[in-house]
Design a protein around this ligand. Structure first.
Ligand SMILES: [Mg+2]
Length: 372
């Protein structure tokens, strides 16, 4: 089997206005852009991938992503055997610096092809399930406290038993928001906070100490990823587990965080490291160092969310029962582009028991949302 050509389809999807996330990264954009990737083979199998482009996250958007796939990656991949995933991923990785979400779309499409060619879901190709389902948590926007509490109550009403609240905007309001959410959801729901690097070290230390009274399970990226010692400093002076998200894109970042004793938890993505394979390597580094991992999100749609579920189902170094995963992107959009929505509901995500990623595109919807 050989790759014959690669198609890219940029799409833009509206977010549900009441859920759109405000964080210390700014933005309350009411839509997101993606690039849907189709890798065609001479066997007739088509592999699907999704770039969840966000310039704030990785400097990628649908224009850069389309350009790199068309002009750099496609010439590299056409004519090659798509089942040689490790080899092709090395080639993809070395071709250009950065752009991990674009690279990850190609990698997940290769896994999709391999799964379809042998009739197995990706999580089974990765060694099979290490859990029955993936526990998930909701992400509450850094909005005004009353509205945050309403969103949190709604999340509980649809089944979520865990959530995180965006903080890192302004310490006093951050605390009011967390207080309002904790009061709204009661004592039994797991609650974490995600500052997206928005606090200075001293603000982080003071604010985290004040947040302890709300029974907080973890503090995600309290300070900027610019210098890992900032994260380590904060961790050494507070009593809550620290999660590294923006600090860990690559395998080497994970090792840096471990060596610096900067985190208790690492948030792994399919997108940040360039694919499922690199996410599993990061989880192995964490496992070896006695850290745990959860799966984080930049609000992917159905194709990439499916890849995240397959990753979390089959990777021992990821522990959703301890820190539930952010496999929640599909909740945030007005419309899905899949023929059948993923088997995810409040608090639980499951993979399709179908070959590859198990997802099928609704081509009418893809055309409708295509960016012209
Ligand atoms: Mg985060």
């Amino acid at each position: 089997m050989n790759i014959t050509h690669i198609e890219t389809i940029p799409i833009r999807i509206q977010k549900k206005p009441n859920l759109a996330i405000v964080s210390s990264l700014g933005s309350n954009r009411n839509s997101s852009t993606f690039v849907i990737v189709k890798i065609f083979t001479d066997d007739g199998i088509i592999g699907l991938g999704e770039v969840s482009c966000d310039p704030v996250w990785s400097g990628e958007d649908h224009i850069t992503s389309t350009h790199y796939i068309k002009n750099i990656f496609a010439p590299l991949l056409i004519g090659k055997d798509p089942t040689e995933i490790e080899w092709l991923t090395l080639k993809i990785s070395a071709a250009i610096v950065g752009n991990p979400f674009t690279k990850s779309a190609l990698e997940m499409a290769l896994w999709d092809i391999l799964g379809k060619s042998v009739g197995l879901p990706i999580y089974r190709l990765l060694g099979g399930p290490v859990r029955d389902f993936v526990a998930t948590k909701f992400s509450v926007s850094g909005t005004e406290p009353k509205k945050a509490a309403e969103i949190a109550s709604w999340a509980v009403s649809i089944g979520f038993q865990a959530m995180k609240v965006k903080v890192g905007l302004e310490p006093e309001t951050d605390i009011l928001r967390v207080r309002a959410v904790r009061e709204a959801i009661g004592e039994k729901i797991k609650l974490g906070v995600d500052a997206n690097g928005g606090w200075s070290s001293s603000t982080a230390i003071q604010t985290i100490q004040r947040l302890c009274e709300f029974d907080i399970q973890f503090v995600e990226q309290p300070v900027s990823a610019l210098d890992v010692t900032w994260l380590a400093d904060v961790r050494s002076q507070v009593n809550l587990p620290i999660m590294a998200d923006e600090s860990v894109f690559s395998l080497q970042d994970a090792m840096t965080v471990v060596k610096a004793k900067a985190a208790d938890v690492i948030s792994v993505y399919v997108g940040k490291g360039g694919g499922i394979g690199s996410a599993r390597k990061i989880a192995a580094v964490a496992e070896a160092a006695g850290l745990t991992c959860t799966v984080g999100s930049n609000l992917e749609m159905g194709i990439a969310s499916s890849a995240m579920i397959h990753l979390a189902m089959s990777t021992p170094g990821i522990n959703p029962d301890q820190i539930p995963c952010d496999i929640i992107g599909p909740f945030y959009y007005e419309e899905s582009i899949l023929c059948q929505d993923l088997p995810i509901k409040g608090g639980e995500a499951r993979p399709f028991e179908r070959p590859g990623l198990g997802v099928e595109l609704d081509e009418d919807k893809v055309n409708h949302y295509r960016v012209q």
